[in-house]
Design a protein around this ligand. Structure first.
Ligand SMILES: Cc1ncc(COP(=O)(O)O)c(C=O)c1O
Length: 398
C-alpha cells in the first residue's frame, strides 16, 4: 500500500525489515533533497543573499514542522543536531555535567540504548553522581514499582527510552515524567524508536528533554532533534563553540544567542533538516492514524507468524504496549548466522546486541535478531521472513 512510494524497494527485490536501524526514504523526500541542491543550496544563517536566506527559511520551516509534530509550545525549543546520539550528549554535557554533584542520582533503564546510557556513565564518573538502574518485569515492561522505590531527594535526572530499540517494548513516559517531577528531577526521553509509531506531545507530557533522529522517521541521515524546555535551554551553557551560535565576540569574551540557537554551532545540514520536514509532510499526507494502524496490523501479523515457528524464541512479545519491532532467535543458532542466511534469501533483519549490551546481559542472551517494520512493509515481507527462517532451521538442525 505505502510501498509504492519507496523507490529503493522498487529497485531491489528484497524484504527490508530493519526500519529500527534506519527507515527507507519515500520519493517525496528524495525529490525534495534533490530540489534543494539543484535550486537553493546555500549556507543557512550565513549571509544575506538569496540562496543563504532560502536555506535559512527551510531550516525555520522544518523547526516549525518538528515542533508541531512533537507538540512543543514553541519552535524555539527545537534544536537541530546531527542525530539522537548528539542530542543526548548535549543533555549529558550541558545539563548533567553542570548540574550534578557528588551523591546525586541518575536513574536510567537497563533497556536504554548505549546512546542514553554511556553519556550518563560519563556524567556519573565526572561529577561523583551515582547511576541507578530500573529493570523490567517478566513481560519486558518498565518496572514502575522498582522505579518508584529508587526515586528520592537525590534523584536529579531520569533518562529512559520511550520504546526499546531491541525488543519494541513501549515505556509509560507520561507516568515516568510525572513521578520524576515529584522529586524535582528532570526527565530525558529517548524517542528514537517511538517517534515513527505514535503521537508525541512534549507539552502535555511536561517533558524536559526529548531526542530523536530523522533517519528513523523516513528522512535523510544527518538531522537529529533535541527538544528542551525553554528555561533549560536558557540555563545551560553552549555545547559547540564557533560560528552561528554567537551574538557578539570580542578578544576575550563572547555572548551567545538565546535559547536553542546557541546549540547549533557550525554549518547545519540544511538538506537533511529540510528532509525531516518533507518526511513529516509525507506522513501527515498519508494520515498519521492510518499509518500507525497499518504498521500495527503488520506487527500483529509478524508476532503471529513467528509464534507459529516452534524453533524460534521470541522475546517480550506479550509486553503491555509495543512498537512494531520484534526480537527473536532461532534456537541454538547465533543471531549473526541467522541474519546471514536470511540475507541470502533477500530478508534483511538486524542481528547482534543492538547497542544494548546491559539489556542482553539482563536477558541472559549474547545477542538476538530483530525484525522491525516500516510503513513500506507488507504481509509478503512477513511471509518471506517466516519461510526464510524455516531454511535457517533446516540448515542447522541435526
Ligand atoms: C533507542 C535509540 N536511541 C538512540 C539511538 C541512536 O540513534 P543515532 O544512531 O541515529 O544517533 C538509537 C539508534 O538505533 C536508538 O534505537
Amino acid at each position: 500500500m505505502y510501498k509504492q512510494y519507496f523507490p529503493l524497494l522498487q529497485n531491489r527485490n528484497i524484504h527490508y525489515l530493519d526500519a529500527a536501524a534506519t527507515a527507507q526514504r519515500p520519493q517525496a523526500v528524495l525529490d525534495g533533497v534533490q530540489a534543494y541542491y539543484t535550486r537553493s543550496n546555500g549556507n543557512a544563517g550565513r549571509g544575506s543573499h538569496t540562496l543563504a536566506m532560502e536555506s535559512s527559511a527551510l531550516i525555520e520551516a522544518a523547526r516549525t514542522a518538528v515542533s508541531r509534530f512533537i507538540g512543543a509550545d514553541n519552535s524555539g525549543e527545537v534544536v537541530f543536531t546531527k542525530n539522537a546520539t548528539e542530542s543526548l550528549n548535549i543533555i549529558a554535557y550541558c545539563y548533567g555535567l553542570e548540574q550534578l554533584h557528588t551523591g546525586d542520582e541518575i536513574i536510567i533503564s537497563i533497556a536504554n540504548h548505549h546512546a542514553n546510557l554511556i553519556p550518563w556513565q560519563f556524567v556519573a564518573r565526572k561529577t561523583g553522581a551515582v547511576l541507578r538502574y530500573v529493570y523490567l518485569d517478566e513481560r519486558g515492561n518498565f518496572d514502575m514499582s522498582g522505579f518508584k522505590s529508587l526515586l528520592g531527594s537525590r534523584t536529579k535526572v531520569v533518562a529512559v527510552t520511550a520504546a526499546v530499540n531491541t525488543t519494541g517494548v513501549v515505556f509509560p513516559v507520561q507516568e515516568i515524567i510525572t513521578e520524576a517531577h515529584k522529586y524535582g528531577a528532570v526527565a530525558v526521553i529517548d524517542a528514537a524508536q517511538s517517534i515513527a509509531h505514535f503521537p508525541h506531545d512534549v507539552a502535555a507530557w511536561d517533558c524536559d528533554f526529548l531526542a530523536f533522529s530523522g533517519h528513523k522517521l523516513y528522512a535523510e541521515f544527518g538531522a537529529g532533534v533535541l527538544y528542551a524546555k525553554r528555561a533549560l535551554l536558557e540555563q545551560m551553557p553552549p555545547f559547540l563553540y564557533g560560528g552561528s551560535m554567537i551574538e557578539f565576540v570580542s578578544e576575550q569574551t563572547s555572548e551567545f544567542k538565546a535559547g536553542g540557537a546557541k546549540y547549533e554551532g557550525g554549518t547545519l545540514d540544511t538538506a537533511a533538516i529540510h528532509s525531516l520536514k518533507l518526511s513529516i509532510d509525507f506522513l501527515t499526507e498519508q494520515g498519521l492514524a492510518a499509518v500507525h494502524t497499518y504498521s500495527e496490523g503488520l506487527h500483529r501479523a509478524l508476532i503471529a507468524a513467528l509464534q507459529e515457528l516452534d524453533f524460534v524464541d521470541l522475546y517480550y512479545a506479550h509486553a503491555e504496549r509495543r512498537v512494531p519491532t520484534v526480537a527473536f532467535n532461532v534456537k541454538d543458532v547465533h543471531s549473526h548466522d541467522t541474519a546471514y542466511i536470511l540475507d541470502e534469501q533477500g530478508v534483511m533483519v538486524r542481528s547482534g546486541h543492538h547497542c544494548t549490551q546491559p539489556l542482553m546481559d539482563y536477558m541472559g542472551i549474547n545477542s538476538c535478531c530483530r525484525a522491525s517494520i516500516g510503513i513500506y512493509n507488507t504481509q509478503e515481507d512477513i511471509d518471506a521472513l517466516a519461510a526464510a527462517l524455516k531454511k535457517v532451521h533446516d540448515v542447522f538442525k541435526q
